[in-house]
Design a protein around this ligand. Structure first.
Ligand SMILES: [Zn+2]
Length: 128
């Protein structure tokens, strides 16, 4: 067995495990019992490890990549220009303006600027 992921708690480990097993990859959580009985030990033993058979490592890595990308989508919206989810909130543009606003105590409606890391497109996040 090879460790392919190291997560912070048993709940996340189960999420990853169910995702991998949905793809037909058998997983093993060697710290499962310890993590359930003594959650505080997780940090002492270096997180909760998720292991797969040697033959499944490459497949498991692809599934994990997909899994983490989906987790990211929850945080950052897709680029309206190219559809990439490799986006980030770009706070740098308005920092000086925000500082002035805070100093003067004027509440102005600043929208979050978003930046696409793939194509460089910038846009304003719509407030929901
Ligand atoms: Zn883009």
């Amino acid at each position: 067995m090879i460790t392919i992921a190291n997560v912070t708690n048993i709940n996340e480990a189960y999420l990853v495990k169910s995702r991998l097993e949905a793809e037909g990859i058998n997983t093993f959580i060697p710290d499962e019992n310890t993590s359930q009985i003594q959650p505080v030990w997780n940090s002492a033993i270096g997180g909760v490890r998720i292991q797969v058979a040697n033959d499944d490592v490459e497949d498991a890595k692809l599934v994990l990549k997909d899994y983490y990308q989906q987790q990211q989508q929850i945080v950052t919206p897709a680029c309206p220009s190219c559809g990439s989810h490799n986006t980030a909130r770009d706070f740098s543009t308005h920092n000086w303006a925000k500082a002035i606003v805070v100093m003067l105590g004027i509440p102005l409606p600043f929208k979050n600027q978003l930046l696409c890391r793939d194509c460089g497109h910038k846009w304003q996040e719509k407030s929901s």
